[in-house]
Design a protein. Structure first.
Length: 72
């Protein structure tokens, strides 16, 4: 499966903050790296859902074919 890169920094308050290098708009934080990873996955899901909604608005009225894209 293809992967994304999580860039992580430990803040002065002890919390971990991070973003997805390939999609810098996807950011989150967590008390631990594991919590950060879970939060990043949630943020990524929200980002992709938002992009789906925006895409449907952009291409509304056009005859589009939609297929799932499996990342291998």
């Amino acid at each position: 499966m293809k992967s994304l890169t999580l860039a992580i920094e430990k803040g002065q308050d002890g919390w971990y903050v991070g973003y997805v290098e390939e999609i810098p708009a996807v950011m989150s934080q967590g008390k631990t790296i594991e919590e950060l990873k879970d939060n990043i996955l949630d943020a990524l899901d929200l980002y992709l859902e938002t992009m789906r909604i925006e895409s449907k608005k952009t291409f509304k009225g056009r005859r589009m074919i939609h297929r799932k894209l499996e990342l291998a």
